[in-house]
Design a protein around this ligand. Structure first.
Ligand code: ZN
Length: 420
């Protein structure tokens, strides 16, 4: 049985605070599994034997597994490492009217208003001639200042309109734009000389630490709950997965980058990463195919709790409550991959963990979001169930969920790995 306590919330919050980018998620996840004895594998090498506990890190994506040579199938947990945010352009040094500013692109679908008037740092990775290096500037070096109400008198009545090109460039200094300044600051943060930095994948992050909240600490307020709570819960499930019998499925955790922009990339859920790693784990295609037919996958991603101020936005027969357990997501049009077989498998996992579960359905008169579940199902052919932690403020720079749900989700995923 997975043993998770309130103290684990401290670790979850530390995980989120230490992971401002997908690259940092993978770096931290790799450190966690490595310290538990998982062996790093290189995608550029052949793998004569990938049984035992191993992992591969690939940019902002990671796959870790416990494979037993006689295992009949896989139990797979998928989640995503990226979150919507503002990303630094290749030629970022800009400005005007006495300010130095940075050019940004909007990544995914953030609530743009949530990035205004926050103390922002910048983090990511830089590429040099010899490889890449992570950096994170965790001081308030940036701010996207909101327009004063005196200059937009009807903003509260008509709503805040934000143009990504015109209104989201953060200020970071006074004076004239200085070409090369961002590269120099980034190089210093990475411990490099300015001339060594050839390119970057850099993005902004809110510096407010994650915290428990509410009179009894029943909430978590933090950045990137979508989807780092799922990454953390999946890691807990895998790391607490006991060495089982030869008849048990092999456990696989796959953390994908680029979900927020559709997963079409070299390391996203539409990439060959998971299918090819599974083939190499199985020891070849002939061994893999029958295993896949018997396998199950959980796609772990945030779920919408019913918002108390907007109950009319939710399907009245499928309200979802915080603190009421893991959420199974269904959509007849396969925006979520869940079918009856997958749903039943996760219900059994929740039962074995001693947990209640909930079922989410999007309103019929609103377009439904999607996640990696349908993509993983389509690339592997594995029966997949979309599940998640109920949250509010999804895609805000700062989101919220229930503390108990985050811990219960890790228990449910752990039970899913052990069911067969
Ligand atoms: Zn998500």
């Amino acid at each position: 049985m997975v043993s998770l306590h309130e103290a684990d919330v401290v670790e979850l919050l530390a995980f989120i605070d230490a992971c401002p980018t997908p690259f940092h998620v993978v770096d931290r996840a790799a450190a966690m599994v490595r310290s538990a004895g998982f062996v790093p594998m290189d995608l550029g090498e052949s793998w004569p034997d990938a049984s035992g506990s191993c992992f591969v890190a690939h940019g902002g994506s990671l796959v870790a597994w416990r494979h037993r040579p006689e295992a009949p199938s896989f139990r797979i947990i998928g989640a995503h490492t990226d979150s919507p945010n503002l990303r630094i352009t290749p030629r970022p040094d800009t400005g005007g009217f006495g300010y130095r500013q940075l050019g940004v692109e909007v990544y995914g679908s953030p609530l743009l208003n949530s990035w205004l008037d926050r103390d922002l740092g910048v983090a990511g990775r830089v590429a040099t001639r010899w490889g890449t290096r992570l950096f994170s500037i965790d001081r308030p070096v940036l701010r996207v200042p909101q327009l004063a109400i005196h200059l937009d008198r009807e903003v509260n009545q008509k709503g805040l309109l934000l143009n990504p090109q015109h209104h989201m460039a953060p200020v970071w200094g006074l004076g004239l734009p200085t070409p090369g300044e961002f590269a120099a600051v980034t190089a210093e943060a990475a411990g490099l000389d300015a001339g060594e930095v050839l390119a970057w994948d850099a993005m902004l992050h809110d510096l407010t630490p994650g915290t428990t909240a509410g009179p009894s600490g029943e909430f978590i307020f933090a950045s990137r709950i979508d989807n780092q709570v799922s990454c953390w819960a999946g890691l807990q499930a895998l790391l607490n997965d006991p060495i089982a019998t030869e008849a048990s499925p092999s456990a696989v955790l796959c953390l994908f980058d680029h979900e927020e922009v559709g997963s079409m990339s070299a390391r996203g859920a539409l990439s060959p990463l998971l299918p090819t790693v599974l083939e190499r784990i199985a020891g070849g295609r002939d061994a893999l195919l029958p295993m896949l037919a018997r396998s199950l996958c959980v796609s772990a991603d945030g779920a919408h709790a019913t918002h108390p101020n907007y109950p009319e936005r939710h399907e009245p027969g499928h309200h979802v409550f915080m603190g009421a357990g893991p959420v199974i997501k269904r959509n007849a049009n396969q925006r979520y991959a869940t079918d009856a077989v997958g749903e039943a498998a996760f219900v059994v996992a929740c039962e074995q963990a001693g947990l209640d579960h909930q079922v989410y359905v999007h309103r019929g008169d609103m377009p439904c979001g999607s996640t990696i579940g349908p993509l993983t199902a389509a690339t592997t052919g594995v029966t997949t169930v979309d599940v998640g932690v109920a949250q509010l403020s999804m895609h805000s720079a700062r989101e919220m969920c229930a503390t108990s749900d985050a811990l219960d989700f890790a228990r449910a995923l752990g039970a899913f790995l052990r069911c067969s």
